[in-house]
Write a protein that binds this ligand. Structure first.
Ligand code: FAD
Length: 469
């Protein structure tokens, strides 16, 4: 391995969707940029073991579920023949294509990619382990996050996996326990349930997707209770041990059976920022009690030439938030008047049905004691939802009652993840109810539910009759 000694205007540590977006943007602004990652090619968690492989597998699940659903209106494709090796290969190909493409774009942009683990030596020097050092003017920490284990329960076994192990799709276990009813647990459970596993989910709190508005979760929970073998709320895993037939799990809480054996256990209890072992204490970068690097609205840390973005720099831990922060940091370094001043960060749960929201949620409005008017449009009144036989959905918009401004949007139903983009734009552009209500939406589409929700703010959605007076 050659000893490196490089000079850079900007060094980016971590080549996930935050880091590579930052590096590309910095290079586009004419800055000499080095991108360091332990992996050979850029992509980070998102491309290798997160968003992309999970959505590839969720696409498979969607096809299987749609084929099953088609029986309702007279089409029986028969029992699907599932070739797990082929699915895995296809998913791996998707990842390879994307990471290969991003790697090519890095080269074309003149971004210098260096492989290795990076540690700060001082506020202008980075050591890439076993690979020399880089002198830099500015650094962007984009080291992301990693899976957490169940606190106090460590069991080393091939049968106890996390999301990364689940995405490897080595086999389809007959029974799978998902620990954690957050979005990652539910997405992984959706994949395995569609492939034929009997999936049970155990969640510590009193509802799936803690924090998300309950009216959005309800249609998902109803469906999940049908497609999963069990949904156990207010319950937790207190012990696990390997037995002959699998993993024996001990539970506490509302769950009826306090001990059960599963072929596999998938732990999805949260993620932790990668802020340790970077030498941050040496360079005056502040880290909060949860391990997140503390930044200001310019993504700057307590050390003025050092920035942090993405999962390592705080919630929400989402790829698009990481990318936006990456661009902000690069622009600030390039001397632009940029700041992370976004009003709405969309969140999407790619389950069946999907759930998506942005801006203010009803839960937040209640917690803050903020007065809002919530306009709802149930998909039972949507022609498009009827043609899809998916009328369980809901579109709701939170308005400021006086200015009529759109403060937040929540959607549950197939395609919610695509539909939420209109809500994000509405919040960012300070749209008012009339803007959405008077904008022509193509018919018949699910996007009309956004228009009709806005109309219902005025009490006259076309497809809902409300008695006057
Ligand atoms: P990461 O993607 O975590 O990348 C950090 C990189 O830094 C890694 O490559 C790591 O190897 C490298 N690194 C760390 N330390 C060092 C070091 N010292 N030296 C060199 N390199 C280092 N988000 C969404 O928005 N939509 C989704 O649908 C979605 N689905 C997900 C599904 C799963 C199963 C998981 C696990 C996550 C999902 N996420 C999703 C979250 C998303 O993956 C993260 O928010 C996103 O990857 C964060 O990007 P990042 O750039 O901050 O860091």
């Amino acid at each position: 391995m050659s000893e490196l000694s490089k000079e850079a205007d900007v060094v980016v540590i971590g080549a996930g969707p935050g880091g590579y977006a930052a590096a590309f943007h910095a290079a586009d602004h004419g800055l000499k940029t080095v991108l360091v990652d332990e992996r050979e090619a850029p992509g980070g968690v998102c491309l290798y073991v997160g968003c992309i492989p999970s959505k590839a597998l969720l696409h498979v699940a969607e096809l299987l579920n749609e084929a099953e659903h088609a029986k309702e209106f007279g089409i029986d494709f028969g029992k699907p023949k599932i070739d797990v090796d082929r699915i895995r290969q296809w998913k791996d190909d998707v990842v390879k294509k994307l990471t290969g493409g991003v790697s090519q774009i890095a080269k074309l942009r003149g971004v210098d990619s260096v492989q290795g683990r990076a540690v700060f030596e001082d506020a202008n020097t980075l050591r890439v382990e076993g690979n020399g050092s880089i002198r830099f003017k500015n650094a962007i920490i984009a080291t992301g996050s990693r899976n957490m284990a169940i606190p106090g329960i460590e069991l080393k076994s091939d049968r106890v996996i996390n999301s990364t192990g689940g995405l490897e799709l080595k086999e389809v276990p007959e029974t799978l326990l998902v620990v954690g009813g957050g979005y990652i647990g539910l997405e992984m459970g959706t994949v395995y349930a569609a492939l034929g596993s009997k999936v049970s989910v155990v969640e510590l709190t009193d509802g799936l997707l803690p924090g998300c508005d309950r009216d959005l979760v309800r249609p998902l929970e109803k469906r999940v209770r049908k497609s999963f073998q069990g949904v156990h709320l207010n319950s937790k895993v207190v012990g696990m041990k390997e037995v002959k037939k699998g993993i024996e799990v001990e539970f506490e809480g509302e769950i009826e059976t306090k001990k059960a054996v599963f072929d596999q256990v998938l732990v999805a209890v949260g993620r932790r920022p990668n802020s340790e072992n970077l030498g941050l204490d040496k360079i005056g970068v502040e880290v909060d009690g949860s391990g997140f690097v503390v930044i200001d609205e310019k993504c700057r840390t307590a050390q003025p030439n050092i920035y942090a973005i993405g999962d390592v720099a705080g919630q929400p831990m989402l790829a698009h938030k990481a990318s936006r922060e990456g661009k902000v940091a690069a622009e600030v370094i390039a001397g632009r008047a940029a700041a992370f001043d976004n009003l709405a960060i969309p969140a999407v749960v790619f389950t069946d049905p999907e759930i998506a929201w942005c801006g203010l949620t009803e839960n937040e409005a209640k917690a803050e004691g903020k007065e809002v008017k919530v306009a709802r449009f149930p998909w039972a009144a949507s022609g498009r939802a009827l043609t899809l036989d998916r009328t369980e959905g809901l579109t709701k918009i939170l308005f400021d009652p006086e200015s009529e401004r759109v403060l937040g949007v929540g959607i549950v139903g197939p395609g919610a993840g695509e539909l939420i983009a209109e809500g994000v734009l509405a919040v960012e552009m300070a749209a008012v109810a009339e803007d959405l209500a008077a904008t022509i939406h193509a018919h018949p589409t699910l996007s009309e539910t956004v228009m009709e929700a806005a109309e219902s703010f005025y009490g006259h959605a076309t497809h809902i009759y409300r008695k006057r007076g």
